[in-house]
Ligand binder design. Structure first.
Ligand SMILES: Cc1ncc(COP(=O)(O)O)c(C=O)c1O
Length: 285
């Protein structure tokens, strides 16, 4: 049985209870983090907590917990859930109110929830262990603060579900100007003529921890040029390679976009460099 954390206590997940008046439930008024754990070690922990603090501040949820406090919860969830390969999910909602009203209530206590679930071991440097994805594309219809890791994910869910219904693994999103933003639950990298490109961070894009780590690794490695710049759908349709990054997928190659092969239709040589780097260096973060 999964062990969860709720407001200071650890308990069996199916015994955890919150009020139906919790604003997380009523409004999606909360933020969250998903932290991958491999061989019992959280990857990019401080980067995840930094982002959570930014999201909390962006939505005025007052919770001044330190990195050490979050680290203690994360360590205990890992320990109580058997270690190994997990994702630790942390969520903070604004808390439970006595009435339903849009205004942020004063003096409300945030609800803090966490649990861990098992994931597959991350693919090692072995390239053949990774199955390239088939993805579709759609105009990004989400809200305009995608930089906040909000629990209000209905826009992302609709995009993801439509893609799944059409037989794709993920949905690549583009704005009204035809520029790639990100995907429904991952960031996007595009390779053309040996140059790696990813859309710059702004309100249209979640600042993915995997994206940040991979950019840092590629820059330190220096063997392939990297650019954070606007990438159009037109460019993406003619890309040599497309990759998606997220905490659970790490660096995933894309074989098909909207039914057409990406480059050779297989994981590309630049991806192999990125995959190897990520596999070797991720425990440094
Ligand atoms: C919309 C969106 N973009 C990007 C990402 C990747 O972020 P990270 O690398 O921090 O997992 C996620 C992950 O959940 C996401 O939901």
């Amino acid at each position: 049985m999964t062990t969860a954390f709720l407001n200071g206590d650890y308990m069996a997940l199916d015994e955890a209870r919150i009020s139906p008046m919790d604003r997380g439930f009523l409004f999606g008024d909360g933020i969250y983090e998903v932290i991958p754990v491999h061989d019992g070690k959280p990857i990019g922990f401080s980067l995840h907590i930094d982002r959570m603090k930014k999201s909390l501040s962006a939505v005025d949820i007052n919770l001044d917990w330190t990195h050490d406090q979050w680290c203690d919860i994360c360590d205990k969830l890992v320990d109580k859930n058997g270690g190994g390969n997990l994702v630790v999910y942390l969520q903070v909602s604004r808390g439970a109110d006595t009435k339903r009203h849009h205004a942020y209530p004063k003096g409300i206590t945030p609800t803090v929830f966490g649990f861990a679930s098992e994931i597959a071991a991350s693919p090692d440097g072995e390239e053949t262990a990774v199955t390239p994805l088939k993805i579709s594309s759609a105009e990004d219809k989400r809200w305009r603060r995608c930089d906040i890791k909000s629990t209000a994910l209905l826009g992302n869910i609709i995009h993801f579900q439509k893609g799944q219904a059409a037989g794709s693994d993920e949905t690549l999103l583009f704005n009204v100007a035809g520029e790639v933003t990100e995907a429904s639950m991952s960031n996007v990298f595009v390779v053309k003529d040996g140059v790696v490109m990813t859309p710059p961070l702004d309100h249209q894009v979640l600042p993915g921890v995997t994206r940040l780590m991979l950019l840092d690794m590629l820059r330190k490695d220096g063997s392939v040029p990297v650019e954070e710049r606007v990438v159009t759908m037109e460019e993406t349709r003619h890309a040599d390679e497309i990759w998606l990054t997220s905490s659970t997928r790490e660096v995933a190659p894309v074989a098909q976009l909207d039914g057409s092969p990406v480059g050779s239709g297989e994981a590309g040589p630049v991806w192999a460099i990125a995959h190897r780097l990520f596999t070797d260096k991720k425990f440094d973060y």
